[in-house]
Design a binder for this molecule. Structure first.
Ligand code: UGA
Length: 317
């Protein structure tokens, strides 16, 4: 699994280990956010005998050695984040999302792989014309990040068409839950809430997202590894579209802390709405999202307080 120390990757590692699989995690521990958080993400997996970790950059790693004998490859590594992908940062997105994917695919040309599952993104749709958005909609990203994820999706097709690599792409819709990346909305909201700071909202807060709880995303990913879906692109969305304002109302209710809102200009690169048609995932993967926004947000809030508490305890010792 590439991107094993990340938010979704670390949960997927634990799930695969719990299912009895041997897992080789690959991660470069890039500096998008602090290494310590990623080490923490991997703590439970690393305690398991069937887990090994390779700290390498996919672009120049000896992938033939690392992937020797692998039956399934989950490709979750990448430079994430919609809003920071402008300017000089773009080079990193090209390196981590396009070049790294191409190197991985090259290394799999001669392999006997059963499945490559690629973690794509709802960001490939941009400002979709129809909601819920089907996989057949014309993808037209509105951020440099989304454009690189779409390029990586196309690369998996190129290698499937020419070398028979059995690839499936999953378009995750704004995943949240424990270990969420610190730059993502819910983590930032919770951070501001406990620090009694204003919560920064990009735009009027009436933009919608199809938020997806991490265990649902992981479950769909595991199902995609064994289902007969080679060549398919499949949405994984949480089941409902919610405004950012509504999320904040729910968070206020759960935390019992008054939310102070600060509206900033809408961020370049953010689509106004995302919303997934999940019929294909239902039909082809037998998948259904199970965790409601309220339940998932409650779990993330509990995790967040616990994680903050342990940092505070560590620094006060
Ligand atoms: C997220 C991930 O960050 C991407 O890596 C991923 O590809 C994408 O989901 C996807 O797969 O769908 P995003 O939807 O921007 O991107 O996720 P959040 O950071 O959780 O933002 C959600 C909404 O909250 C956006 O409309 C954003 O503008 C807003 N937001 C975010 C704020 O109003 N304030 C903040 O401080 C952060």
């Amino acid at each position: 699994m590439t991107g094993a120390a990340g938010f979704i990757g670390s949960h997927l590692c634990e799930r695969l280990l719990a299912d009895g699989h041997e897992v080789v995690g690959i991660d470069s521990f890039s500096d998008y956010y602090e290494r310590e958080r990623k080490e923490q993400n991997l703590r439970a997996a690393r305690a398991q005998r069937k887990f090994t970790l390779e700290v390498v950059d996919l672009v120049d790693a000896d992938l033939a050695r690392i992937l020797d004998g692998a039956t399934v490859v989950f490709h979750l590594a990448g430079q994430p984040g919609v809003r920071p992908s402008w300017g000089g940062h773009f080079d990193r997105y090209v390196h981590d999302n396009i070049v790294a994917t191409q190197r991985l695919l090259e290394s799999l040309r001669e392999s006997q792989l059963q499945k490559l599952v690629f973690a794509s993104s709802s960001s490939v749709y941009g400002d979709a014309e129809m909601f819920p958005t089907k996989e057949s909609a014309l993808p037209r990203p509105v951020s440099p990040y989304g454009m690189t994820k779409l390029a990586a999706e196309h690369l998996t097709f190129v290698y499937m068409r020419n070398f028979g690599i059995p690839a499936t792409s999953l378009r995750y819709f704004t995943v949240y839950g424990p270990r969420q990346r610190p730059d993502m909305a819910f983590c930032r909201f919770m951070e501001a809430l406990v620090d009694n700071e204003e919560i920064e909202i990009f735009g009027d807060g009436e933009q919608t997202r199809e938020f997806t709880y991490v265990s649902d995303a992981v479950d769909g990913t595991v199902k995609a590894a064994s289902a007969d879906v080679v060549g398919q692109i499949i949405n994984l969305g949480g089941g409902s579209r919610v405004t950012v304002n509504r999320v904040l109302d729910t968070l206020e209710d759960i935390s019992r802390i008054k939310v102070r809102r600060l509206h900033l200009p809408a961020a370049p690169g953010d689509p106004r709405h995302t919303g997934a048609s999940i019929n294909l995932a239902r039909e082809r993967l037998g998948w259904e999202p199970r965790v409601s926004l309220r339940e998932g947000l409650t779990r993330q809030w509990e995790w967040f307080q616990e994680a903050r508490g342990s940092v505070a305890r560590a620094t006060s010792v």
